[in-house]
Write a protein that binds this ligand. Sequence first.
Ligand code: NDP
Ligand code: GDR
Length: 372
Amino acid sequence: MQKKIALITGVTGQDGAYLSEFLLKKGYDVHGIKRRSSLFNTDRIDHLYQDPHVDNQNFFLHYGDLTDSTNLTRIIQEVQPDEIYNLAAMSHVHVSFEMPEYTANADGIGTLRLLEAIRLLGMEKKIRIYQASTSELYGKVQEVPQTETTPFYPRSPYAVAKMYAYWITVNYREAYGMYACNGILFNHESPIRGETFVTRKITRATSKIALGLQEKIYLGNLDAKRDWGHAKDYIRMMWMILQAEEAEDWVIATGKTTTVRDFVKMCFGHVGIELEFNGNGVNEKGIIKSCNNPKYQLEIGKEVIAVDEKYFRPTEVDLLIGDASKAKEKLGWVPKHDLTSLVEDMMSSDIILMEKQQYLKEGGHRIKNYFE
Ligand code: NDP
Ligand code: GDR
């Protein structure tokens, strides 16, 4: 049988890295589009790198950008993919308020550029395309739990851009008979989640605080509720969505929701530290109530969580909870992780990372100052 060829945009991101590994294990040739950056941005996929001078290479990287249509068209023509996974995006909701036009260009029109490239190349019957849609589309609560038929009410420039991408994907499916699908994925996290998303910010800070490398962490809205799953379970679904008989749109979620505050408690709890929260709004504080882990020398009553207004968004999404019944029933999706195992996975990884920092610090490791 001929090898399948996948093209992944956003290959250097959390999902791109896990999906590349998953598809390589399935025997695909995997091509990824990465952006040029002044420093290496391939940390998450370095373990998959192959020397292009050896035989049987099956992982390939191409420079590209979703804001450059000629480049996308050329790559698709060269690669001749069977499947395209459009994961590239300016994916930070808060940052999208600072960069609304760029976000619309990359996240909204970027999707159109890919679809048009496929059509102009006459490959609309050959290529199956997955669009990384998001639970942010639901925005202001219209219905819970949220399903494939819940109305959208986006609450950020990011969500509005993704809404354009959602509908242009549906439109190209209906207008040109393309196999084009939206995966409406709820928040999914992992040890390689970007450091400024709230879960990773918390697991990194909790690890540092436990080890005495940081005093406290400043967060924004502790009342926000999210349906958090594990990225590994979700990237498997991206592939399953493109293997289905018919092109459709799918919700992927755990069906459980948790506040940011409770997520913080779970992370500290993982290392044996009990927190209690006092006060309201910007005056809320998280204090150490007890510590039953002899490894960590922490003062009881110490304030480790504080709120900083700068992390509040101009418009917030208060509550997300998804119903993935359709994906479970029609595609047989069974997630392997729950929130407890997600916290375990993220915390154990960040503790190892921070222990390394502690070891270097205690060993008197010096860092050269390049600006002396
Ligand atoms: P990340 O932020 O980790 O990765 C985004 C990727 O897109 C990176 O590889 C980034 O490159 C790349 N990128 C950004 N802008 C451009 C551009 N203009 N041209 C080409 N590449 C670009 O996101 P995730 O892996 O978490 O998410 C993957 C996709 O799924 C995104 O589209 C996101 O919006 C969506 N999504 C994510 C969810 C989640 O909970 N993780 C939930 C629902 C949807 P670089 O490394 O150079 O920055
Ligand atoms: P989200 O993820 O906006 O849901 O988008 P994020 O982790 O940034 O925020 C989740 C919730 O936590 C609240 N919050 C904070 N958020 C951040 N980043 N930093 C903080 O200090 C902080 N304090 C509280 C936020 O207000 C929010 O309510 C993610 C991205 O991956 C999107 O690309 C994706 O589409 C959606 O998930 C589904």
